[in-house]
Design a protein around this ligand. Sequence first.
Ligand code: GRG
Length: 286
Amino acid sequence: MKDVLTPYKRRLETYLSALPLTGAPEKLRSAMRYSLLSGGKRLRGCLTLMSCEMAGSDSEAALPFAAALEMIHAYSLIHDDLPAMDNDTLRRGKPTNHVVYGEAMAILAGDGLLTHAFELIASSPHPRAFRAFGEIARAAGVGGMLAGQTLDVTLEGTQPELETVQAIHRGKTAALLTAPVTAGLILGGASEAEIEAGRAFGCHLGMAFQIVDDLLDLEGDPALMGKTLGKDQAEGKLTWPACVGVPQAKKDAEAHTRAALDALSCFGERAASIRELTCAMLRRAQ
Ligand code: GRG
């Protein structure tokens, strides 16, 4: 996964570290930068750039959108780690935002990253910026990531049903892995049929990604994952393996990966890097 992501990740890291976060008081700026620049695979940002290129365009103008998706992702992780949510103290191998800056500042840092993401893309002069903006806002919003998270926190401890877990994974995870693809394709000038193929791809990729995440919580290496593992089971989280068992969950992750690859067929050779990434994501250990 590292090899295919490295050139995109490098450009993204440079762009993110140089963001001025204009107007933010020093404490808020520091808390925002702490989580934004704490590593991570940068999948959402890289997928934005790669999808723009898959549409046949240069990805430079997609950089603010890639950065915005990483900012929204960082916000979701900060809030997800809060005592009122998952109450985690370790993320990407480092103390979580609220452990370092306190709960109030962590909430503000999350809010700051979310709103600044939209400030950033609102200033893009790209002719299709507004449509890409909509894709990202819907994915992060009440019918996307927040819907999944709401089900996740309200149904914790209930009997796992596959349909419910599907809805949680689709909202909580797949939405924010689909938006980079559709936004990148829109910015790159893809056709409507290609954008819809990208949507199907992103949705299957996101499902496979979260099923693997559920499996890693059971079988992964905490040092590689950089967070406390085993909490899903202990806290009665509605996960894929809790519903269907570990062997079937592995088969389902493979099936979603195959469906994701199939959805890319209309892109031919232009999808070579994204295909490689998709296969690597199934085998990931972190
Ligand atoms: C608004 C109060 C409030 C909270 C929002 C929306 C939300 C809380 C949380 C989102 C849910 C969430 C964190 C889903 C998990 C998705 C997931 C598997 C994240 C980890 O992604 P990776 O592995 O992380 O790409 P890295 O560290 O590599 O960036």
